[in-house]
Design a protein around this ligand. Structure first.
Ligand SMILES: Nc1ncnc2c1ncn2[C@@H]1O[C@H](COP(=O)(O)OP(=O)(O)OP(=O)(O)O)[C@@H](O)[C@H]1O
Ligand SMILES: [Mg+2]
Length: 257
């Protein structure tokens, strides 16, 4: 219980006109855990990710990274701190190859002196080879090694999701926010994704925050979960605690979704 929090959300509210999409939400994500966020459609899950990753301004509250407020940071500053995410609506570069989509994520490590880049110096060529090799390793990890040279547009949906994951990993994050990474996957693919998330957590010493509607999967995967409903955090705890929480059963698990 003494594991320090990597990320804390304190009294966070987000308002869109008359709609309070997040209402005074607090939670803390501990270093190394897989922290789940569940709740019905429109509960505010993506809005919470957007507020954490500085894409949506909060109307009240704070976000702390290792105890330091970050809610005024720019997305690129958060990336340098070690925060990466995937999107519910995929954001891939369709006309680029699968490998080049990962290289976009690696770009952060690719900054070369201009003269090296212009002259195509041996040092620059070596750097490009290293980056390409690193992209290949990440693609192998997510099971896309054979697709590296195909255009991203040609990938089936489940593989596009895994490509987004590889690209997010390329930034070498400490905290990875995954917004419905299993959407559109069949049950076998969902299971594989669970294994993959555990593998990457162990290999990269990651902390993971994940949004997913498939409740049984979340109960198996997550160390702890928070449940949102109409913008409010209605439960927080281990899968065992959340599963038996009457407010959750009423608001979410008992619903017909
Ligand atoms: N940019 C925006 N402008 C206005 N309203 C928004 C905006 N983004 C989200 N909302 C509203 O805020 C509420 C929460 O949306 P959000 O996308 O966070 O829900 P969610 O829990 O991620 O739902 P889902 O499971 O369907 O992805 C919804 O009512 C949504 O319509
Ligand atoms: Mg969402």
């Amino acid at each position: 219980m003494s594991t320090p929090a990597l990320l804390e959300v304190e009294g966070l509210s987000c308002r869109f006109g008359g709609l309070l999409a997040l209402n005074n939400v607090s939670l803390a994500v501990r270093q190394g855990e897989i922290f789940g966020l569940i709740g019905p459609n429109g509960a505010g899950k993506t809005t919470l990710f957007n507020a954490i990753s500085a894409l949506t301004p909060a109307s009240a509250g704070r976000v702390l990274w290792r105890g330091q407020p970050i809610q005024a940071s720019r997305p690129d500053q958060l990336s340098r701190l070690g925060l990466a995410r995937t999107f519910q609506n995929l954001r891939l570069f369709d006309s680029l190859s699968v490998r080049d989509n990962v290289l976009v994520g690696l770009h952060r490590w690719a900054a070369s002196p201009l003269v090296d880049a212009l002259l195509g110096s041996p040092r620059e060529r070596q750097r490009q080879r290293q980056l390409s090799q690193r992209a290949g390793e990440l693609l192998a990890l997510v099971g896309l090694a054979d697709e590296a040279d195909l255009p991203a547009a040609g990938l089936p949906y489940g593989e596009r999701r895994r490509l987004e994951l590889a690209r997010a990993l390329a930034t070498e994050p400490q905290l990875l926010l995954l917004d419905e990474p299993a959407a559109g996957m069949n049950p076998a693919e969902k299971n594989d994704l669970c294994d993959l998330i555990r593998t990457i957590r162990a290999r990269f010493d990651l902390t993971v925050m994940i949004i997913e509607h498939h409740v049984p999967l979340m109960m198996r995967l997550c160390d702890r979960l928070a449940v949102l409903n109409f913008g409010e955090r209605i439960a927080l705890g281990t899968p065992e605690i959340v599963r038996h929480d009457p407010a959750v059963i009423e608001a979410y698990l008992g619903s017909s979704r």
